[in-house]
Write a protein that binds this ligand. Structure first.
Ligand SMILES: [Zn+2]
Length: 481
């Protein structure tokens, strides 16, 4: 009998915090069983051989910001969108879930709602998955200890801009949007933070609060002004209605409450130079605070200047900014100020974008481009080391969200989650290339150098050449010890 189920030979491994190593990988029962000198594994050692000669082997990416089932059914989204993840070398997705409009269009305690979510996902995902949960009601806050210890959920989300009547995607008020009569305000956030910190103290893992930082009262005024300004339209009007100042103020608000409660926080999808600088400032002001900073692919690589006349496909919260913000975020990434990069993937069809700016639904997909855009724009164009790319795509989100060791590295005993990448392969982005159900792509036409050619999920070869396996081996990942 062969010693290994499969082997990856001839490649250069990129191991976060270690660097580049020439070694072959032996995989058994879904895990990495051995790292050996190149050439040591003979034909008899495995039935399946993955030839990585001339390629680099990265740890499978952990796409830490994802929205399965936000606009379509959870099962359907899981099938098509995790297919798209494989194209980008993503082997684990951490998806947000909340009650209220979109998703399951229902309210109620998570003890009742989550089993439905797990049922819908099980057997439908091509990559491993975990959930971040947003406590919307006070009952949800009371459920936090159960969510942590029983459901294995290690991260909780709060939306700073769900307040008043100015939800930019609809004219509905927050209560009807969230289908809840409870107050959703800074007092609610404070109680979430207290409950999460209490759970954190009882558990070995890092239990954290993730924050969508835009400030609702400022948005009310700036949206009014943007709508009245006849010189503005499209994505520029959208950005003007939700400018970086709104990010700054809500980061400051959240920072004060985080330092008061001692809870670990993640500032999500910082879109602008000002937002990143503010989040760095806040961390410096409260040295005891564990505050991590996320940016998205689209805030790194898309700019209003480049999307002029291309419709509303790239409408997203926070908005797409300018090229100068792209460069500031890349510089922050190079300086170590950005903790990780995610896609904020939300499959949103063209028909829900339309050509009416304010009612258009926010969000779009990008998971297929996670490694490709980081490699093309970050490594090739801006000379970021491959080790740094592997950190921001894989090890850092795994560390932040209770997955590290199992995920986020290439080591004996870790899950065999691997992306074999051809650094020279150049392709122009099209919706078809991304293999998402989404019928448009804001990155369409961008030339990208550096693509996964094989993606392995816990030892399953799920993507190879152009072929995607028609199995669904993805499993739910508990993130609490
Ligand atoms: Zn999101």
């Amino acid at each position: 009998m062969a010693r290994y189920d499969s082997v990856v030979t001839g490649g250069t491994l990129i191991i976060p915090h270690v660097g580049e190593i020439r070694a072959d990988v032996g995989i058994r029962a879904g895990r990495i069983a051995a790292l050996v000198d190149p050439g040591d594994l003979g034909p008899a050692d495995a039935d399946v051989r993955i030839d990585a000669a001339g390629k680099v082997v990265l740890p499978g990416a952990v796409d830490a910001h994802y929205h399965l089932g936000i606009y379509r059914s959870l099962s359907e989204d899981a099938e098509t969108e995790t297919t798209s993840s494989l194209i980008g070398g993503v082997t684990t997705v951490l998806s947000y879930f909340r009650t209220g409009s979109h998703y399951l269009e229902k309210s109620g305690p998570y003890k009742e709602v989550l089993p439905e979510v797990f049922d819908a996902l099980e057997g439908h995902a091509k990559v491993d998955y975990g959930l971040h949960v947003a406590p919307i009601t006070r009952e949800h806050v009371d459920e936090i200890p159960w969510l942590v210890s029983e459901m294995g959920i290690a991260s909780f989300k709060y939306f700073m801009f769900y307040k008043g009547f100015n939800l930019a995607s609809s004219s509905r008020d927050t209560r009807s949007f969230l289908m809840s009569d409870d107050d959703y305000d800074l007092g609610h956030l404070f109680e979430i933070m207290e409950a999460v910190e209490a759970a954190n103290a009882l558990n070995g893992s890092r239990i954290s609060v993730s924050l969508h930082c835009e400030q609702a009262e400022l948005m009310r005024v700036f949206i009014e002004r943007a709508q009245a300004n006849k010189d503005l339209s499209g994505l520029r009007e959208y950005s003007a209605g939700r400018p970086p100042l709104t990010e700054r103020l809500s980061i400051e608000e959240a920072g004060v409450l985080a330092s008061a409660t001692g809870v670990a926080v993640n500032f999500l999808h910082l879109s602008s130079e000002l937002a990143l600088a503010t989040a760095v400032d806040v961390a410096g002001r409260y040295p005891a605070l564990d505050a991590r900073r996320e940016v998205t692919l689209h805030h790194l690589a898309l700019a209003c200047e480049d999307l002029e006349g291309k419709g509303l496909g790239a409408k997203v919260n926070p908005p797409i900014r300018d090229r100068s913000d792209n460069e500031a975020l890349w510089a922050g990434l190079a300086r170590g100020e950005v903790s990780w990069v995610a896609s904020d993937h939300a499959c949103c069809m063209e028909e829900h974008k339309g050509d009416d700016l304010w009612p258009a639904w926010p969000g779009f997909g990008g998971t297929a481009l996670l490694y490709p855009v980081l490699l093309s724009e970050g490594h090739h164009k801006r000379k970021l080391p491959l080790d740094r790319i592997a950190q921001v795509a894989s090890s850092a989100p795994a560390q932040a969200y209770g997955l590290y060791g199992r995920k986020g590295t290439i080591a004996v005993g870790a899950d065999a989650d691997l992306a074999v990448v051809d650094l020279d392969l150049t392709r122009t982005v099209t919706p078809e290339l991304c293999r998402s159900a989404q019928d448009h792509c804001p990155f369409e036409g961008v030339e990208v150098q550096g693509w996964p050619v094989t993606t392995v999920v816990r030892g399953h070869v799920m993507f190879d050449g152009d072929e995607v396996a028609d199995t669904f081996p993805g499993t739910y990942q508990r993130r609490v010890d």
